[in-house]
Ligand binder design. Sequence first.
Ligand SMILES: [Zn+2]
Length: 540
Amino acid sequence: NYILKNKSEKPLSEVFIHERIPLESIAIENADLVAHDSLYSTYLFQFKKALQPNDSVKFMFELKKELKGYEEDNSIVKNGSYINHSSFEPVLGYGSGLEIRNRFERQRRGLPERIEENNTDAHIVIEDVKNEKIRFETIVSTSSDQTALTSGSLIKAWSEDGRNYYHYKSKDKILPVMAYFSAKYQTKKTTHNGISIEQYYDVKHSFNIEDVENSTKQTLDYCQENFGAYNFDHIRIAEIPAHWPFGGFAHPGMISMVEDRLYLTDQRNPETFNLVAKITIHEVAHQWWGHTLSAKPVAGGSLLVEGFAKYTEAVIMEKMYGKRALFTLSENARSRYFTGRAFASELEPPVYRVTSQSYISYGKALTVMMALRDLIGEKLLNQVLKTITDNHRNINKLEANSVEFLDELYKVTPADQHILIDDWFKKVITYDLSAEDSSYKALENGTFEVTVKVKAKRFETLKSGEIKQISINEPIKIGVFVKHPCLISKEDTILYLEPHQINKETMELKIIVDQLPKYISIDPYGTRSDENFTDNLLSL
Ligand SMILES: [Zn+2]
């Protein structure tokens, strides 16, 4: 049972519906079914009396999922069902996402060219998405040996006719990306500052449960302190089977985590990069980046969702495990960017116009966010993120966009920093940084003077695809270490890590440190898109 509301300014005379799974029944209050195409799975309803703006009607449908013959379905399994709303819910209205995309096929059928992007900053629509936040209330039942989960507060649970029933209801409106979960779960629950952290997992998969709980707490603390209130009084994390092809997915107040990528990861050696913490932080951070700050489905939107989640992941990982975690994350982001860029079939957009290029949203977006953090400071950057989050917190429509983010940044930063902000977010610029000829000498007062020649070049990829060298004038950090920067944990001291204004292709720098130096590096924690990173570091 759904409630459909006419959110337009005009009376609505008909509704077009597309089914994803054949429906057993479908009905709309005060409307007649005037056309049904079973081949293309479409329905057309006509209102008996046009639906006026802001008026609403009931919409009911029933469906049954049965596998026929060799048909496969990963969502309903014996133990570990995971059913996304988007896999069964009928689609309302015209969905441009279902249009034929192939240019030649369109020509052959005499269809007009498909305009995927309207190229202005104010309105860069990619898909005709009509989603906005909704009220959600559901009753779900499962077999007597399983627990059923979904988004919303649990209002009531009971047993009836040999089945377990659960009534869930969301307190406020939520993004309509719910899913149903059902399995024989082991549970671990704890309350952290008024938020109930609930884990649901297979009894044999309890290895990383403490890590998940701990990183959930750290993320809730950091995000609430820096980006504002959490939307729910609970966070549920549930295991789903290994056949799902992703690491995890953030539903409202509820996260799915995949069996082999989280629960079966071997984290017994504390020296190895903590993948469990990384995945957990990322998905919990999406409760802010996606669920609280909901991006308009336009170019640049995934900077606000994936880019900000990657940023939060990196900052919290650094706080938990030290710079070595940052080294791994920035290294991954950089190599993902350069690999994706090399294989890209279309011209690379700047970060603020990213669409479906994951090498930018998960790659370069992190690199530029970390550069921005170094430039303006974590506190100010987080303040900007909080401002736009607060602006959208109580808005049901998905309206936040990257232009608004940049506008907020300009407001709180001096004009001379806007050039660099634009270079990183609005242009496609790569770097070639390296360190050469480094040496040190012991000074009489017991300190050491390190000399290094740094080389720095910048290149801009123009809209024509041509790459040309451009000048450089920006602060870049130089680090001096007693051990390799990829090994620096929270307990280790760093001899020196400060920004230097790099404004020539070759510069000689002198740095005083108070212990015997072992390594020197330009941009040791990868805040610039520099394909050859190994020549940034020299051992002394
Ligand atoms: Zn993500």
